[in-house]
Design a protein around this ligand. Structure first.
Ligand code: HEM
Length: 446
């Protein structure tokens, strides 16, 4: 059966455009096909369908897995980074079991213990900024979110292991800082080890150093178990499957890598976008400051996290500039119709978060930053999709939202900033995510 709304552009050109300028690629495709289209881009399979209509998104993400399977093997693009036993690549029963283990520590009362740490770490970063000295917000936010996730996952906040891990993870992620340097993830033929001067060689070298650190930490923790520790690694070390089997070192390494990478890259970009929109859009900073002042001098972090305008600013940031462009793939299990288009078994479909969030009937004047949208109406999980939905919904959604609210609230209430650069920031690929093209140059005024 022919695939629906196949783009006419030659596949090679599509692949290059998807790697080098994904936003232009999606925006030009949606002009032709507003609700869904078939893309031919590298890294996932021969062809797959981008879906940006809310009803169709609801169908692919929530119908039972006998119709749309939340596959893991189609995430092989991420395999070199996180390994075969990462939650990203697991599927079926193994995936469900691993999620049952990982979701609780990132939600509910456990989150409260992270709230104060987030505020303290933000204040420490803030205290290192010099007045009038320009800084790149993306770099500062990356340092901060890395510190937060290392503390949540390992319970580490200082020491050699901590400093080395921070430095190596930053170096690893900086390999993906531009669309060009990201190409080797998408183009297999570039995955050649030609020594440390080649991108792939450098990638393998840094990955090896990180692995050594992670395996050492796992061995130390196994040798000296401490039941009082509440970090994620301690919990994973104790976890057993139904046969009483604990996780192997390799499985632990893959999961740690997944949480460390997914848990700081995305949040760093989201925070940078948040700062950009707050200081770019007239009136937003003032409204935030006014709302924050209403809580008095030393507000409880959880009270801050409940503030409506602050929450709306964070949601609108993830709406207008979503860090994740797409959900993970879902695979059609039996011939089915989506919005009247027939799809064969085996077709790969993905929710297109970026295009969904640009639909004018949901978000009038979609290119304008307007937090009030989120105060005026409630959006369904298929209209606002920043964290995906269903079987693969983001495990760290609540932690990410908490970080967004508390970091932005701390910065906005405790200092005055301004943007240094009047030029608009455009969304640019960084790995598989979108980040501000120049990283947002700012200055601490006082
Ligand atoms: C603003 C920050 C973040 C954004 C925008 C984001 C977005 C997403 C999206 C769109 C998905 C795929 C959902 C789907 O296919 O339905 C996802 C999955 C995932 N995210 Fe996040 N994420 C963020 C932060 C985090 C954090 C802080 C963590 C961990 C601490 C995390 C861990 C994960 C994991 C492990 C998955 C895979 C879930 C699975 O396969 O079952 N993410 N995220």
């Amino acid at each position: 059966m022919p695939l629906p709304n196949v783009l006419k552009t030659p596949p090679l050109f599509q692949k290059l455009q998807w790697i080098l300028d994904p936003v232009r690629y999606m925006e030009s495709a949606v002009q032709q096909y507003p609700d869904l289209f078939t893309a031919d881009i590298v890294g996932f399979g021969d062809t797959f369908v981008f879906v940006q209509h809310p009803e169709a998104i609801q169908a692919i993400l929530t119908q039972d897995h006998t119709k749309f399977f939340a596959s893991g093997r189609d995430n092989t693009l991420l395999q070199p980074l996180v390994g075969d036993q990462s939650l990203f690549l697991l599927e079926g029963q193994n995936h469900r079991q691993q999620r049952q283990l990982l979701v609780p520590p990132f939600h509910g009362s456990r989150l409260q213990t992270y709230a104060q740490q987030i505020c303290t770490l933000t204040q420490m970063q803030l205290s290192q900024l010099l007045p009038q000295q320009p800084f790149i917000a993306r770099s500062l936010m990356q340092q901060l979110t890395l510190e937060i996730i290392i503390q949540v996952v390992f319970g580490l906040s200082h020491g050699d292991q901590y400093s080395q891990l921070k430095q190596l993870l930053t170096a690893l992620m900086d390999l993906f800082r531009s669309p060009l340097t990201t190409s080797f993830l998408f183009i297999r033929s570039l995955q050649k080890d030609l020594g440390t001067w080649s991108p792939w060689g450098r990638f393998l070298q840094i990955r090896q150093q990180i692995d050594t650190l992670l395996f050492t930490e796992i061995a130390v923790r196994r040798a000296h178990p401490n039941l009082d520790r509440t970090d994620i690694l301690s919990m994973l070390l104790l976890a057993q499957d139904e046969t009483g089997q604990t996780m192997s070192d390799r499985a632990l390494r893959d999961e740690l890598m997944t949480l460390l990478l997914a848990g700081h890259e995305t949040t760093a970009s989201a925070l940078t976008w948040g700062l950009y929109w707050i200081y770019k859009t007239p009136g937003v900073r003032e409204k935030l400051q006014y709302e924050l002042q209403s809580l008095g001098d030393a507000p409880n972090p959880l009270e801050i996290a409940r503030l409506p305008y602050l929450s709306a600013v964070c949601s609108e940031t993830l709406r207008i500039t979503p860090v994740a462009m797409l959900t993970f793939p879902r695979v059609v299990q039996e011939p089915i119709e989506l919005l009247g288009y027939p799809l064969d078994m085996g077709t790969i479909v993905m929710g297109c978060i970026y295009l969904l969030h640009q639909r004018p009937e949901l978000y009038p004047n979609p290119k304008a930053f307007k937090p009030e949208r989120f105060l005026d109406r409630q959006f369904s999980p298929y209209e606002f999709l920043a964290f995906g939905s269903g079987a693969r919904r983001c495990v760290g959604d609540a932690l990410a939202m908490l970080e967004l609210k508390l970091v932005l609230a701390t910065l906005v209430s405790q200092a005055e900033f301004e943007l240094v650069d009047a030029q608009p920031e455009l969304p640019r690929r960084r790995g598989v995510t979108l980040t501000p093209s120049r990283g947002v140059k700012m200055r601490l005024v006082s």
